[in-house]
Design a protein around this ligand. Structure first.
Ligand code: ADP
Ligand code: MG
Length: 485
């Protein structure tokens, strides 16, 4: 079930690889002690190193190195004990040194892989080519003054991890699934907060197309600036269709950098290959090659948390969840923990269902993260206990749940306050059932021909009791009264 573009001349396949910039969680920058705090007054988090002052020397922040290694291990990747920082030379007003310190020939992390979850519940491996450390540039601000550009160097020197994937992506949705999974892994590891709005996770998409069945790679374009999950799929799909149109009308795709215009939903040319940079990389003479001790890597490996894939496998095994439900619950560590706390000693599948439908629905509607959820896991657990004990119907439980979400109150308190306990007393229901049967002779006649009509009677009794009657008991009583009618 592959994703293809139906062209005039036949079917086309998408080939896509991503280059991701992930800002490292670290209080200090990659080569200076200046703070990385987001949203500070412009140019107040800048050391002379970050400002490119002559004679200043970079000093490598080993915590950032640790974060890169941790990420590499989370991506099941080769950790290179030898890596080299190089200067990538280009001019830009917000790059005071005239070069960016990056890694080129010898990155700190080599090949790895990420498992993505697809909509049909299946999984697929996306290869990781490499991960390297580099410093971020400053920010040019064009919209503050009418005829001048301002420079903010707060971001200059902040550590980034550039993560490059193999061209393994074959559908726009796979790119989104990859970004979601990568973000999930980074957040579990605590190496990047994954916040796309604040720019701590940014993605460039390389896109080419080829006739379905061909094994050669087509000429690719690189789309910059696809910085929300919503637009990744759109940008890639638009670009692939644009290339198919060009190729089918006899043209050739130019290797170029394009920008995605979010407002119009199109990509447009930013710079062509002729304008492409020659960065004149060379090893930075101010920094020694980075040599890691295997024991350093081992120590980090032993400190890794249980990651989403392992947690998902455990949830399937230990709680009997479907792989799909397990994947949904483990995407965020806080949600997974919440689930486990609520499921302790209970029917875990039911707990999972309640979280995925009711709880996620309520959180979504109120724009809350799980960390600010007004209901505690044990409270949801006890609500389900009430259903299990037959004291609440499923329908009433949903009402109680909504009230719990509004008030943060315990389920027992709400049941008590609102008198919502299910009526399981036959003596109390008997007269209502008798009246409903007596009032509806026509339906009774229909029931004789078609016993399924009992559902209609159940509905009437439930309405008369405002949903508080126990449905099984109502069925039983109705059957008796209808036979006698
Ligand atoms: P560069 O060094 O110019 O950045 P790379 O070979 O490192 O180029 O590739 C950069 C990204 O482009 C990688 O994610 C890779 O998977 C992807 N890529 C390479 N060739 C193609 C292609 N023909 N179609 C789509 N993506 C490609
Ligand atoms: Mg590249």
């Amino acid at each position: 079930m592959s994703w293809v573009i139906e062209g005039e001349t036949g079917k086309w396949e998408l080939v896509c690889g991503l280059e991701i910039h992930a800002q490292v969680i670290s209080r200090a920058k990659l080569f200076s002690g200046a703070s990385t705090e987001f949203g500070a007054e412009p140019n107040t988090r800048v050391s002379p190193v970050d400002a490119g002052m002559p004679g200043m020397l970079p000093v490598l922040n080993m915590f950032c190195v640790e974060q890169a290694v941790r990420t590499g291990l989370g991506l099941r990747a080769q950790i290179n004990l030898f890596s080299v920082f190089e200067r990538k030379n280009y001019f830009y007003p917000d790059l005071p040194n005239g070069y960016q310190i990056s890694q080129y020939k010898h990155p700190i992390v080599g090949r790895g892989s990420v498992t993505i979850e697809l909509a049909d519940g299946s999984t697929k491996e996306i290869g990781i080519t490499r991960l390297h450390l580099e410093m971020d540039a400053g920010k040019s601000i064009h919209d503050r003054l009418p005829d001048a550009t301002l420079i903010d160097l707060n971001r200059s020197g902040v550590a980034l991890m550039e993560i490059v994937t193999e061209p393994d992506i074959r559908a726009p949705d796979e790119a989104v699934a990859f970004m979601r999974k990568l973000r999930s892994i980074l957040r579990y590891l605590g190496t990047c907060d994954g916040n796309m709005e604040e720019g701590s996770l940014r993605c460039d998409a390389n896109v080419s197309v080829r006739p379905l069945g061909s094994t050669e790679l087509g000429t690719r374009t690189e789309i910059k600036n696809v910085n929300s999950m919503r637009f990744i799929a759109k940008a890639i799909e638009y670009e692939a269709r644009r290339q198919v149109e060009i190729l089918e009308s006899g043209g050739t795709v130019e290797q170029e950098t394009r920008l995605f215009d979010e407002r119009r939903g199109v990509t447009r040319s930013m710079r062509t290959k002729e304008e492409a940079h020659d960065y004149r990389y060379f090893p930075d003479p101010d920094l020694l090659p980075l040599e890691l001790d295997p024991a350093f890597v081992e120590r980090i490996r032993r400190s890794l948390p249980e990651l989403p894939d392992a947690k998902k496998a455990r949830f399937v095994e230990q709680y009997g969840l479907t792989p799909y439900d397990a994947a949904v619950l483990v995407a965020e560590r806080e949600v997974a923990d919440w689930f486990e706390a609520a499921a302790r000693g209970r029917d875990a599948k039911k707990v999972a269902n309640w979280i995925i439908t009711e709880l996620f629905g309520a959180l979504n509607r109120s724009g809350l993260e799980i960390g600010r959820c007004p209901i505690r896991p044990e409270q949801l657990g006890r609500l389900l206990d009430l259903v299990e004990e037959g004291r609440l119907s499923g329908r009433l439980a949903k009402e109680v749940f909504a009230l719990m979400f509004e008030s943060g109150k315990d389920p027992e308190v709400i049941v008590e306050e609102r008198g919502l306990v299910q009526v399981t007393d036959a003596a109390a229901l008997e007269p209502i059932v008798a009246r409903v049967v007596a009032d509806n002779p026509k339906q009774v006649a229909t029931y004789r021909k078609n016993p399924k009509v009992i559902g209609w009677f159940v509905g009437q009794v439930m309405r008369a009791t405002k949903g508080k009657a126990n449905p099984q008991l109502v069925q039983e009583l109705l059957r008796k009264h209808l036979e006698e009618a």
